[in-house]
Design a protein around this ligand. Structure first.
Ligand SMILES: N[C@@H](CCC(=O)N[C@@H](CS)C(=O)NCC(=O)O)C(=O)O
Length: 213
């Protein structure tokens, strides 16, 4: 029996969960939903996820919503290749990163990516906030192979789709703010980390299929 992952192409939280399954080497059954066709709002899907959001994971009688909760569940259900560290201290450091990402980084990432994709102006304060946070990761990745240390952990899994989401917005935008257009290119340690992430087994195959078109 394999976990089933309900996901939508281009959804960063969905990609996060797919990456976690991939990095942990846990085979899963893909249940891709078509957002345009409203497949995430059908009665049968709403019975799994009342908000009609992705991702959702179903495993036996267990239904798990919310990407970070899914990652935490996955690490307990499939303990091989931990993504929340293997000691209490390591786990605390990763959770600390995740909470800061959810608390501080998620909003400017979403405002930037959605703004670019919808042709909206990105507020200068958002650009500055994002740049400052990226400077922090740049400094850390100058010393580290991955945010989680020697191997990619949940914090790496959070950041990788987020930066690709912004990059997708930059690709489709007419006039992205220069600091956003070169968010990664201006930061060689993050750029190197993106390459190391992409080269991990199976990671490139998780890239959202409709973004390849
Ligand atoms: N906090 C949730 C966010 C999930 C979420 O926002 N999903 C979006 C895609 S990125 C969604 O399902 N949108 C479809 C809709 O609401 O119609 C998580 O981390 O899983």
């Amino acid at each position: 029996m394999r976990p089933e992952l309900y996901w939508i192409s281009g959804s960063a939280p969905s990609w996060r969960v797919m990456l976690a399954f991939t990095l942990k080497g846990v085979p899963f059954t893909s249940k891709r939903l078509d957002h345009g066709a409203g497949e995430n709002k059908t009665a049968s899907y709403l019975s799994l996820n009342p908000k009609g959001q992705v991702p959702t994971v179903v495993f036996g009688g267990t239904v798990i919503r919310e990407s970070i909760a899914i990652l935490a569940w996955m690490d307990r259900a499939f303990p091989e290749c931990p993504i929340f560290g293997d000691t209490a201290d390591h786990s605390a450091a990763i959770w600390q990163d995740i909470m800061i990402m959810e608390g501080d980084l998620r909003a400017p990432v979403a405002a930037t990516a959605q703004g670019l994709l919808r042709g909206r102006v990105i507020e200068p304060a958002t650009v500055e906030q994002l740049s400052r946070l990226m400077d922090g990761y740049e400094e850390r990745l100058t010393e580290l192979t991955f945010l989680g240390g020697e191997t990619a952990m949940a914090a790496d899994i959070w950041l990788y789709p987020a930066l690709h989401w912004i990059a997708r917005g930059v690709t489709l935008s007419d006039r992205p703010p220069p600091k956003i257009a070169s968010l990664v290119q201006d930061r060689p340690a993050i750029e190197g980390w993106m390459i190391r992430m992409r080269e991990l087994p199976g990671v490139d195959q998780t890239y959202p299929p409709h973004w390849r078109d």
